[in-house]
Design a protein around this ligand. Sequence first.
Ligand code: MEV
Length: 429
Amino acid sequence: MRQSSRLTGFYKLSAQERIDLLQEFADLTEEQAKALSGAAGLGLTQAEHMIENVVGVFGLPLGIATNFLINGRDYLIPMAIEEPSVVAGASFAARLVRDGGGFKTCSDEPLMIGQIQVLDVSDPWAARFELLAAKERILALANEQDPVIVKLGGGARDLEVRVVESSPVGPMLIVHLIYDARDAMGANTVNTAAEAVAPLVAEISGGRTLLRILSNLADRRLARAKGIIPVSSLEHGEFSGEEVAQGIVEAWAFAVADRYRAATHNKGIMNGIDAVVIATGNDWRAIEAGAHSYAARSGRYTSLSTWNLDREGNLVGTLELPLAVGIIGGATRVHPAAKAALKLLGVQTARELAEILAAVGLAQNLAALRALASEGIQRGHMKLHARQVAIAAGAEGEMIDRVVRDMLDEKVVRLDRAEAILNKSRDAS
Ligand code: MEV
């Protein structure tokens, strides 16, 4: 049985002690533990099978966010990211949501959209009618392309035909092949199916097909998360719980009303989501494209999340966005650390992974808004930043902590200052 993910003092352990704990938590093999630690990560040979002109592999820190309770289940969350405070922020916010019973999540069926562009159609509305009348024939042809996914319960599900009355090159028809990708992200399967049915679409419509490619606005494949934070859990320092809760709602309102703020607000959400998407070997550009186009779906770019107070004054947050991720195929099955990250999460389906991502995104948003609406973001950031500056100045071992402490006390975190502190202590010894 999995233990609780509520791990106090996880940050105080050594990296090896953390790995040992993960191994026990998720029953990881020695090999999987080594893959996560970087001792046996992606090799050059594997990398050469993945992309072209390979010269090496590129590392990123892999951290673990703790405290996540999602639909009553405990998760330790692998996050690959270069930015300080993200992992700590997610863990902290997950603890706050845990106080309110944990995250509740849900998601749509894993439906992707394959687009086929049809040009030179003399009567687009009549062509639309003919295509919809031939729906079963087109879906059957799409399903001949991948019998395996059909056997697993996926495959072509529906056909939509949109008439675009005017574009820079005149009217066109856009056919949407709605395709259930099951536990795959689906790009390859959907693109193959779209290419396969295009000649039939051309024949039936009397037009000329051009692009045949999936849409990253995967708005048939949404995942959602909700969290309640007891107002008492939000109290900190000189700020009462009520003040922080109200501040978070007001900060969210800023993002709803203003696209300049919404971009940063959503970036904070994606800090968490991307880090898990990368750690699990998924395509984060696809996720980014889907998230931001979904945030602009009304024609006006706005917040992906919502924050409000309930009758008791508790803070309630929700997040909804397209999350087309897979747990089979692509890098998820080639990259040793991605495979181990999926094992650590213990996810059984792509939908479960998408729901975890939604919960992490909501947690990350909460962490950022809580800090921004109270003490500001810099205090938390500064400690790790000061560490990086101290190391860049040449501090080693115990000197790192000393240089960090002095810079934070002085509230001056700069390379020249770190070098001066180091020189002074060298002169003194
Ligand atoms: C920084 O990476 C993310 C934040 O700017 C997000 C936000 O402003 O909500 C802190």
